[in-house]
Design a protein around this ligand. Structure first.
Ligand code: CP
Length: 304
């Protein structure tokens, strides 16, 4: 397989190999010299058709720490604005001898479509409300780092499940590794047939938090929100917002995660986000090592 299009296409052993490789790169990037020469013969284009801070910078850093040549493309400042198609755009970039494309796109399935039409390795950096595979990998890697393993852990994903590629990729990744998964949020933001993925549904946040070892607090995706789906922000905060008194009322310690960017005071308050309960910046830090592992393993397929 020369693409990473979604967690749906991975096996448990693939995730184990990615994590083992990421362990090595995590050790590398903690050295005074954070680079390895592994990918000196590989050129990677980062194509972002949608805004990003963490994913974009993390991929770029991962590629540079592997010594790949890197070019960055932002749709907002490109000839896409003059009407150039996705396939024309990518084929023009590939004609400059590019080997791998990392792409974020607002349309679900954009990476799958591209992989069928161009001759390059494609990494999905988030496609609409479909999948965000490297986010799920870094999330599971961070759970493994904090709790020792993912298997057997109880993870609740809280909030806007309906519009969340992070939720879907996390469900696939966590189930594959043997975690128990529940989703929690307003009924209007939970997909109708989510149980068919083997996850439980809880609409009471306190009950969900009492049950879990890990709570992944998703961002409310206002940019994808149809107003008819959504309770008011005040209602959302009251029913599904995580604050310190609620966290401290639990009878146990739980790990708090958030993929970022945070709507502070909506899905999570600052005193929780910035507390020792949260591993939010560990997730970001681990993203570089995990993305190094993904790119390194895919590049090995290209080089074969
Ligand atoms: N978590 C995540 O995908 O963040 P960005 O949108 O900033 O990349």
């Amino acid at each position: 397989v020369k693409h990473l299009l979604g967690i749906k296409y991975l096996k448990k052993e693939d995730i184990e190999l990615i994590f083992k490789t990421a362990d090595h790169f995590k050790e590398v990037i903690n050295r005074p010299i954070k680079k390895v020469p592994s990918l000196r013969d590989i050129t990677i284009a980062n194509l972002f058709f949608e805004n990003s801070t963490r994913t974009r910078l993390s991929f770029e850093l991962a590629e540079k720490r592997l010594s790949a040549d890197v070019i960055n493309f932002s749709a907002a400042s490109s000839s896409v604005k003059k009407g150039e198609t996705l396939i024309d755009t990518v084929n023009n970039i590939l004609s400059m001898k590019v080997d791998m494309v990392v792409m974020r796109h607002p349309n679900p399935g954009a990476g799958i479509f591209l992989s069928k039409h161009v001759n390059a390795s494609i990494v999905n950096a988030g496609d609409g409300a479909h999948e965000h595979p490297t986010q799920a990998l870094l999330d599971s890697y961070s759970i493994r780092e904090r709790l020792g393993e993912v298997a057997g852990k109880k993870v609740v994903i809280v909030g806007d499940i309906l519009h969340s590629r992070v939720a879907l990729s996390n469900i696939f990744a966590l189930k594959l590794q043997g975690a128990e998964v529940k989703v929690c949020g307003p009924k209007t933001l939970i997909p109708k047939h989510i149980e068919s993925l083997g996850v439980g549904v809880e609409t009471n946040l306190k009950a969900a938090l009492e049950w879990c070892d890990v709570a992944n607090m998703l961002r409310v995706q206002n940019e994808r929100m149809d107003i008819s789906y959504f309770p008011s922000t005040r209602e959302y905060v009251k029913q599904f917002g995580l604050n310190l008194p609620l966290l401290e009322s639990l009878k146990k310690e739980i790990v708090i995660m958030h993929p970022g960017p945070i709507n502070r005071g909506v899905e999570i308050t600052s005193d929780v986000a910035d507390s020792d309960h949260a591993i939010i910046l560990d997730q970001v830090q681990n993203g570089v090592a995990v993305r190094m592992a993904v790119i390194y393993l895919l590049a090995a397929k290209i080089q074969q």
